[in-house]
Write a protein that binds this ligand. Structure first.
Ligand SMILES: [Zn+2]
Length: 194
């Protein structure tokens, strides 16, 4: 009984982690983050950042491709006698695939979307236009909003999700936090007007 529970838990955890590997690992390589300020300081709103949002979106969705590994291992376990582990692998990877496909329909999708990239681009365009908040407009993404670092005006009330920078809370804590939050911001966004 306990052995089976343990096997189930191992299978389930493995599937859970594998599906999240792309966004937890790939963007965090040092050379990929040279152009960004270190986590958790505010990050300048430039083309690199907008591209990073789109990359994070791609890494998130490539988790679906990675789900084929636990699905295959689950199938092999079921076939060759590791029923509990196979079941754990299947339950978690199957559930994740279904919930990710469903979130396209609902509004509980990943924090990185094309729409978000477009909103950021608009803030950037505005800050360079005549309608900019101040003369030396310099938008940066802080934890709870995009603000102008010169005049401190809130330009976009949107909490900052994980952006793939190596995390300041260390490797292990960072991974645990990402596993729990799926990269979503924890802080609520600020109001547009303060
Ligand atoms: Zn300003």
């Amino acid at each position: 009984m306990w052995n089976e529970l343990f096997d189930f838990f191992v299978g389930a955890s493995f599937a859970y982690v594998v599906i999240r590997l792309p966004f937890m690992m790939f963007p965090r390589m040092r050379s990929w983050n040279d152009q960004f300020s270190a986590h958790p300081s505010p990050i300048a709103l430039d083309p690199h950042l907008i591209q990073r949002v789109l990359h994070m979106r791609m890494f998130f969705w490539s988790g679906l491709f990675f789900a084929s590994l636990p699905l295959f291992l689950g199938w092999a376990s079921l076939k060759y006698g590791g029923a509990a582990m196979g079941f754990g692998l299947w339950v978690v990877s199957g559930w994740t695939v279904i919930s990710r496909i469903m979130c396209v329909i609902g509004d509980d999708g990943p924090p990185w979307t094309k729409q978000l990239a477009m909103r950021l681009q608009k803030v950037r365009n505005d800050s360079q236009s005549e309608d900019s908040c101040c003369e030396h407009s310099l938008p940066v993404w802080e934890v709870t909003a995009v603000r102008c670092s010169t005049c401190r005006k809130v330009l976009l009330a949107e909490s900052r999700p994980d952006l793939g920078r190596p995390r300041s809370d260390g490797w292990i804590k960072g991974i645990i936090r990402l596993l729990i939050t799926d990269g979503r911001p924890i802080a609520a966004p600020l109001g547009e007007e303060e």
